[in-house]
Write a protein that binds this ligand. Sequence first.
Ligand code: ACO
Length: 343
Amino acid sequence: MVQYVNAGVAFVGCGSAAPVGYLDNDDLSRVVDTSDEWIASRTGIRRRHLAAADESLRAIATQAAQNALAMADLTAMDVDLIILATSTADDLFGSASQVQAELGALKAVAFDLTAACSGFVFALVTASQFIQTGVYRNVLVIGADVLSRWVDWGDRRTCVLFGDGAGAVVLQATDEDTQLLGFELRSDGTQNSCLNLAYQPQPKELTDTIGVAQGSFQPLTMNGQEVYRFAVKRVPEVIEKALFRSDLSVDQIDWLLLHQANQRILDAVADRLKIPSQKVLSNMAEYGNTSAASIPLALDEAVRRGDIKPGDAIAAAGFGAGLTWGAAIFRWGKSALRAEISH
Ligand code: ACO
């Protein structure tokens, strides 16, 4: 095996995909007792893209990955590792291998990583370890979720929040300085009950003495106010810690890229960190909360719009079920180092 000892991590491509079909707030008000005014003023969400019954997680994850590989100017055969962050795999055994097959990334090893809405940040950090230890050169990190399958469409407190989508980045080993500057990951299982998509066992007796469970997963449940309090307190803390490790101050950050859960959470976190609103990326009006997909989806749109430029410093943070939360500070793009000098 080729080793790239003490390699740095470069962010060389991104891509995204979402189902074509969408439901706006007025459409949703015909499904549950709600209104565009209530949803938009409390969350910033106007519509969400939803996967049809015949659309798979695998398909949108693959599309996002293909777009990211094209931007990176790589082929599927160049990929060494695929990490798929998802909580809604098509197959409980994992969907990363299905994506690997659909991409034709025949040399890549592929596995799923589950950390709910923090999944993309956790996967990014995991992938970077494989690069920095010199094991792999080209890594695809995908965040994809189809939470519409697991939302209770009769519960107005939760169903208005979520949508489906996928996003991906390509990380590459570089012999220049690493562009993943610092990170901080956290979990607190004592607060697990705030946000669940839990398995409900149904006992099944096999013999007089041995029984097993044959159950199913229940729709998503959430204590919205607890999650709000948790996010607004804990997310600024991890961003500050990751910035400290990166040797950067808040005002050196070009973009705040938070998990797109709720506009009020984005505003409150930015406010606490004293980051002006024009540096805060938000696309939740269009997509709602797409869980592990939301950060790479917003990243990809901002890169393709030309807002994020090579060398820009990005503070990304995910937070969600587990509870889990984490931040990663990185510079965008192949020519990051040259761009930094010309700033
Ligand atoms: N439309 C109309 N009325 C509604 C709706 C709705 N969609 N949802 C709730 N209500 C009503 C409730 O029934 C309640 O009425 P009542 O007082 O007569 O009982 C009232 O509005 C207030 O309900 P709350 O649940 O207290 O609403 P809250 O002000 O907390 O807002 C929200 C709910 C937007 C979810 C908020 O708690 C929040 O932002 N939480 C953060 C959690 C979050 O964003 N989670 C995303 C997923 S988790 C993640 O990604 C990390």
